[in-house]
Ligand binder design. Structure first.
Ligand code: IMP
Ligand code: MG
Length: 190
């Protein structure tokens, strides 16, 4: 068990209460995550065999998933990154802002968007709308973790790592107030 003392939860993360935060326990181990990444990588190699693929990582959370996945890929692949954020402090506004757009023109390309976690689905359904309008040849999604929460929208996720409960998690790219992204496993914060 790990204990890291931390600051009070921000109001944005309404699920978190209490005067200090700590890592409660490991939900998914490093080796479970690595074998899942290998499995997904192999599947992508099979699905995109003989085709080109542009992987779009959603910053910052997806950077660890992408770098692990990249090493497994044998298809003709390129990478680009986007950064998005929900509008200031609200989960309910339904608005997502592009902080950093793509450098590459995606028209006519096979696109795979890689995201750390699928929670309400707001971020990815917004991205789908924007990127569809840029006329890619195909547009698919990979999410490392899928949260068991009410989805505001339904979206077809082609590749997913793990389905998890509704609690707030950190590690493997996911943060709480910018911290814990570097953990090689997924942990519950409480
Ligand atoms: P969605 O738009 O509600 O699907 O939210 C997705 C985004 O919320 C993710 O990209 C994360 O940045 C963030 N998020 C949702 N749940 C968690 C969590 O448990 N830990 C850390 N970040 C989370
Ligand atoms: Mg994110």
């Amino acid at each position: 068990l790990f204990f890291f003392k931390h600051k009070p939860a921000s109001e944005i993360l309404s699920g978190l209460v209490g005067s200090e935060m700590c890592i409660r326990d490991r939900l998914i181990s490093e080796s479970e995550i690595q074998s899942k990444i290998n499995e997904i990588g192999d599947q992508i190699n099979e699905d995109y065999d003989g085709q080109d693929l542009l992987i779009i990582g959603i910053l910052k959370g997806a950077f660890i998933t992408i770098s692990d996945l990249a090493k497994r890929l044998k298809v003709d692949v390129s990478f680009d990154f986007m950064s998005v954020s929900s509008y200031e402090g609200t989960e309910t506004s339904g608005q997502v802002k592009i902080e950093k757009d793509l450098d590459i023109d995606i028209s006519g390309k096979n696109i795979l968007i890689v995201e750390d976690i699928f929670d309400t689905g707001l971020t990815l359904s917004y991205l789908k709308k924007i990127l569809d309008s840029r006329n890619p040849k195909s547009l698919e999604f990979m999410c490392m973790f899928i949260k068991d929460t009410d989805k505001t929208t339904s979206l077809d996720i082609k590749y997913h790592g793990f389905k998890i409960g509704p609690e707030f998690v950190v590690g493997y790219g996911l943060d709480f107030e910018g911290k814990y992204r570097e953990l090689p496993y997924l942990a519950v914060l409480s």
